[in-house]
Design a protein around this ligand. Structure first.
Ligand SMILES: Cc1cc2nc3c(=O)[nH]c(=O)nc-3n(C[C@H](O)[C@H](O)[C@H](O)COP(=O)(O)OP(=O)(O)OC[C@H]3O[C@@H](n4cnc5c(N)ncnc54)[C@H](O)[C@@H]3O)c2cc1C
Length: 389
């Protein structure tokens, strides 16, 4: 390879291809025009605005990686990450709705479902149906494989009983990936993933949580009382649900990194704009070096978070190991989101503390990044294991 062609083959991590740029720009435009005006109302009512969901489907971002033959966009994992970042810049609640759809639900089906299940579910998920991913329970969060939900065999059905907690998209979803054990004595080797559809007898969506942040994103309890699902509802193999969960969550946490990155970009954007407009002591507060240095540090944080998130996503698309990088991007981006949103509140002064301005919401929204899809301690555990072995 000549020096010139070697140089041409090397791209900065933040270099976007034409396709990636077009996607990012279209989601940015959509978010500003169609989501921004609804953010406050959705946060107050803790509900996605009616009419927004179909528009997300029309934009093609609810089935980013679904192959075109099933009506999807035929994109990459990196495309999903760009979409989640751009949506979260404006509203992290919409970011996580789309993130769970793509990086957990569709991802699990693409990787683990048989051809019949793919043909049955993917066209719906690409065009009109929201999905949810139900692993956590009241007694099993970090220790997810201590789950208690049971699946009992009965003729050509499995019968599910138990409860799930904290399930994102619970209010909007029609297709649920539910993890239950077929044999508690077998430990993690009993865990199996099932498709459960809204309306199946014995399945109800329970209480919706009233949350600190990402309030428009629904978080619900799911209840199973002898819910009969056909044998063809098993995703992947019986007893291999733990693999489905581990592999999808490893990738999903890059999506949460992207959500937190987008949030930080949004908060920094508000802070820059406001400090250039707000005058104290006869000049814009952005003219004070103390403020400039705070903004500069936040911009550096955001750039570092972006490099970690993009690198983890690109490694995943290249089929290279990405586990440690995914954990690093999630923990770092979620801390950056909290720091930058907090700074934005500070720089808005009193106006940062009230709901008429956008930054207090981002500050509340940031907290979840350190909790779901593996708390920060669990990410540190993954990173430490890698360094120490
Ligand atoms: C808004 C929201 C949306 C969610 N969406 C979903 C969803 O769609 N699907 C789903 O299945 N789940 C979902 N969850 C659940 C989420 O993944 C869990 O809340 C998370 O994994 C933590 O579990 P826990 O709440 O039981 O906390 P715990 O596991 O009880 O942890 C409590 C504290 O103990 C620490 N801790 C636990 N074990 C260790 C350890 N070994 N070493 C060091 N520290 C430890 C944790 O870091 C944490 O600080 C959601 C949660 C929320 C709040």
């Amino acid at each position: 390879m000549t020096t010139d062609s070697a140089a041409a083959a090397i791209h900065p991590l933040t270099h976007l291809t034409e396709d990636e740029r077009l996607l990012r720009d279209s989601v940015r435009e959509f978010s500003e025009a169609q989501i921004r005006p609804l953010v406050r109302e959705m946060d107050e009512h803790a509900k996605i605005a009616p009419g927004l969901l179909p528009r997300l489907f029309d934009l093609g971002i609810m089935g980013v990686e679904i192959p075109e033959q099933f009506g999807g966009a035929g994109g990459t994992f990196f495309h999903s990450v760009l979409v989640v970042e751009e949506l979260s810049r404006v509203d992290p609640s919409i970011g996580v709705l789309v993130d769970v759809q793509n990086t957990l639900v569709i991802n699990a089906i693409l990787r683990w479902a048989n051809p019949e299940m793919k043909a049955r579910l993917l066209p719906r998920l690409a065009s009109k149906t929201v999905g949810a991913y139900a692993l956590s329970e009241a007694g099993s969060g970090s220790d997810a494989f201590a789950l208690q939900a049971r699946a009992r065999e009965d003729g050509d059905h499995w019968v599910l009983s138990g409860q799930k907690l904290w399930i994102t998209n619970g209010n909007e979803a029609d297709i649920f990936i539910v993890f239950a054990t077929i044999n508690p004595e077998a430990g993690y080797k009993g865990i199996t993933a099932f498709i459960v559809e809204r309306g199946m007898p014995g399945f109800t969506v329970g209480k919706k949580e009233d949350k600190l942040g990402i309030r428009a994103s629904s978080t619900c309890e799911l209840l199973f009382a002898d819910c009969r699902v056909p044998k063809a509802s098993v995703v992947g193999e019986i007893g291999k649900g733990y693999k489905v969960a581990i592999e999808t969550l490893n990738e999903g946490r890059i999506g949460i990194g992207a959500q937190m990155l987008g949030l930080a970009v949004g908060a920094l954007g508000h802070a820059v704009k406001y400090t250039k407009e707000r005058k104290q002591f006869g000049k814009a507060i952005a003219d004070f070096q103390g403020v400039q240095f705070q903004l500069a540090r936040a911009a550096t944080d955001v750039e570092a978070a972006r490099l970690l998130v993009y690198n983890a996503a690109r490694l995943r698309d290249l089929g290279k190991p990405f586990l440690t990088e995914a954990a690093m991007c999630k923990i770092f981006a979620s801390e950056v989101a909290e720091r930058v949103a907090s700074l934005a509140v500070n720089l808005y002064g009193g106006y940062g503390f009230v709901k008429d301005y956008p930054v207090e919401k981002l500050y509340r929204d940031a907290k979840i990044g350190q909790i779901y899809e593996g708390t920060s301690n669990l990410q540190l555990q993954t990173i430490a294991k890698n360094i120490l072995t």
